[in-house]
Design a protein around this ligand. Structure first.
Ligand SMILES: *Cc1c(COP(=O)(O)O)cnc(C)c1O
Length: 372
């Protein structure tokens, strides 16, 4: 066992070993042409990602957080407005709403750990300006149900926080292309990661696309002529070049992620005391995180770590319990499922290069703990 390389939570080094010639060449092409800001790779990547997702417009941006912020800004969301989202997500989802002076309205999750569409309708008020479902762990929320509710209430825009789900599908369509606007992140550990910060926004709406392109660069319509308030939100050319190189093997990685997720779940399913988030059949989940639920989370994590298996908790504190957010969120109803998930979730190592031997070791370590 000691001769084995350590299991990493997400093994970016192993991926780089596989892609080194392509990635190195892509970086060097940028160093040679020297257009570090908005170089030709940005438009190439935007076209490639728009085709992949199946929408007309893709806008490369500085991060997933910036993608969400720019989307809300393009919809003119501000003080007095409400945005319905989930309490069980990474802080950035609510942060951008709060930054603009709007109110995050938090609706409980269902057994998939994503927002429960059945609870959204009761949270809609005449101040609701957007619904922002998150595709947690790499599985889309029930976008059909959410889009239907949004349409019935005067076409409320739906922004998918797809930071964890690039490459996932919903009813045959790609995540990021299943709502008014889709926002993703290329943070290194996300399903499609670059080697720094990066993100992208997707839409079929030409007017919103123009607005978001301008907001990305200080709200300028042309150079030094500013028609809106914007941000410094560009994606770096070097990161775009790295992403273009990674796109050549991305679909293979997605297949590997789906297969590894299936293997994990087939074996974890029958272990007493371990629950799994509900998975919709027929759609691809890209497993940004492979997360289990257990009442003995902290003891199991310790047991795994001692056996050389790194773990993480996504996420230990629901948004409305975060000190900075306690007073600025609105909860139309209690959120018992989010409270419970925050106490019970534990994420196991997950990346497309995880070997069968590693999965065996991880699952057997969980089994040993549950049997003890
Ligand atoms: C990672 C993440 C973000 C933020 O993405 P960054 O690129 O790190 O800014 C937003 N929402 C969710 C759900 C995420 O997981």
């Amino acid at each position: 066992m000691n001769a084995q390389p350590p299991i990493r939570f997400i093994d970016l080094a192993r991926q780089y070993e596989q892609l080194k010639p392509e990635v190195d060449a892509a970086i060097h092409r940028v160093l040679d042409h020297g257009q570090y800001i908005m170089g030709p790779e940005i438009a190439q990547l935007e076209t490639r990602l728009a085709d992949y997702v199946g929408v007309e417009h893709c806008i490369g941006v500085a991060s997933g957080t910036e993608a969400l912020l720019i989307a809300l800004m393009a919809l003119d969301i501000g003080p007095g407005d409400e945005v319905i989202t989930t309490p069980f997500t990474f802080i950035a989802t609510a942060e951008v709403i709060a930054l603009l002076g709007a109110t995050p309205v938090l609706v409980d999750i269902d057994a998939s750990c994503n927002v429960d569409p059945a609870l959204i309708e009761a949270a809609i008020t005449d101040r609701t300006r957007a619904i922002m479902p998150v595709a947690l762990y790499g599985q889309c929320a029930d976008m059909a149900a959410i889009n239907e509710i949004a349409a019935r209430h005067g076409n409320i825009p739906v922004i998918e926080d797809a930071a964890q789900s690039f490459g996932a599908t919903f009813s045959g369509d790609k995540s990021c292309g299943v709502s008014t606007i889709g926002c993703t992140s290329f943070f290194p550990s996300k399903p499609l990661g670059c080697y720094g910060d990066g993100g992208a926004i997707f839409t079929r709406d030409a007017k919103l696309a123009t607005a978001m392109r301008e907001i990305r660069v200080h709200g300028q319509e042309r150079r030094y002529y500013h028609t809106r308030i914007g941000v410094g939100g560009r994606l770096d050319t070097i990161q775009a070049a790295i992403l273009l190189a990674k796109m050549d093997t991305f679909e293979e990685e997605v297949r590997a992620r789906v297969a590894i997720g299936d293997k994990y779940r087939a074996r974890l399913r029958d272990i007493p005391g371990i629950d799994l988030p509900l998975l919709r059949q027929g759609d691809d989940c890209v497993w940004a995180q492979l997360t289990i639920l257990t009442d003995e989370r902290d003891a199991l994590a310790k047991h795994l770590n001692e056996a050389g298996v790194p773990t993480a908790i996504h996420y230990p504190v629901p948004l409305h319990h975060q000190p900075a957010y306690r007073d600025l969120c609105r909860l139309p109803a209690p959120v018992p499922h989010a409270e419970s998930a925050a106490r019970r979730v534990l994420s196991l190592p997950m990346h497309p290069y995880l070997s069968d031997a590693e999965i065996d070791h991880i699952v057997e370590t969980v089994e040993r703990f549950q049997k003890a």
